[in-house]
Design a binder for this molecule. Sequence first.
Ligand code: MTE
Length: 315
Amino acid sequence: MSHPSTPTRRSGSRPLGWADVTPRAAALNRRELIAGAAALAAMGAAPATAKIAAQPSAFSTDVPPNTFEEITSYNNFYEFGWDKSDPARHAHQLTTDPWAIEIGGMVERPGSYDLADILATAPLEERIYRFRCVEAWSMVIPWIGFPLAALIERVGAQPGAKYVAFTTLLRPEEMPGQRAGGIDWPYVEGLRLDEAMNPLTILASGLYGEEMPKQNGAPIRLVVPWKYGFKSIKSVVKITLTDKEPPTTWKSLQPREYGFYANVNPEVDHPRWSQATERKIGGGLFAAREPTLMFNGYAEQVAGLYAGMDLRANY
Ligand code: MTE
């Protein structure tokens, strides 16, 4: 993925170095901490390290997650700039409180829902998901969130609703990237209603047991683990149910390169690079690239959504 008028190579950023190679033990210790914190919380003594209590999920992968530092320092959030390090540098400018999501279109109970109300929709879970960017790098991220299906059930999809459209905050005074060109702001994304209702699809409000860092899409973002990362829209302020496929930012910008479905598919290359393998962030300078899995490893849960569809035509 690259800015239409910007070179694909990262120019100003530092290359990955030894500082990026964090021992797995650090991540594991963090997980143990969270597990321990959850146990303590159950006994009524929540330590300061666990700000968010979340249930474990059977959908979590066993693959050790990336470190908090990796997940929060190598980001795509073009509202804050085009370099991977820009979001971590600039996202502190974003005000996330108060926050509400306007839910409308083909729903029974439209309205402006406050963040706290949204988060009370369903118990928060820890979902440790594989995350694969269309640029062919990947991470494993321990999100905190709840199924989007629960929110859609709560507001009630009208018969005839087929798609769910999402919109990111438009606030150029806090988002320097929105003051520049390149993208027709605000960032928009969409899912088919059955994709949105799939139990893997979550709205995430945190990671590593902490509130969502701003560079990762605070205070609430979508996570769709079998699709390329650009579908997982950040800092959502609007959710609209509709009967027509909604416009999506990257498809509108470069329709030959990015489709509406954007399912991870190692057999369909991006016009400018292969999607067969991926570079695991934090894998170290000499790590071999890993093979990319169909639907990013979630085929068992989601392949049925696309039965009979030509996945080359519907990329
Ligand atoms: N959402 C908004 N609003 N703006 C963006 O630029 N980038 C997308 C996605 N969601 C983006 C966005 C892309 S390309 C990716 S890979 C992921 O966010 C990155 O998520 P992460 O920084 O939490 O890893």
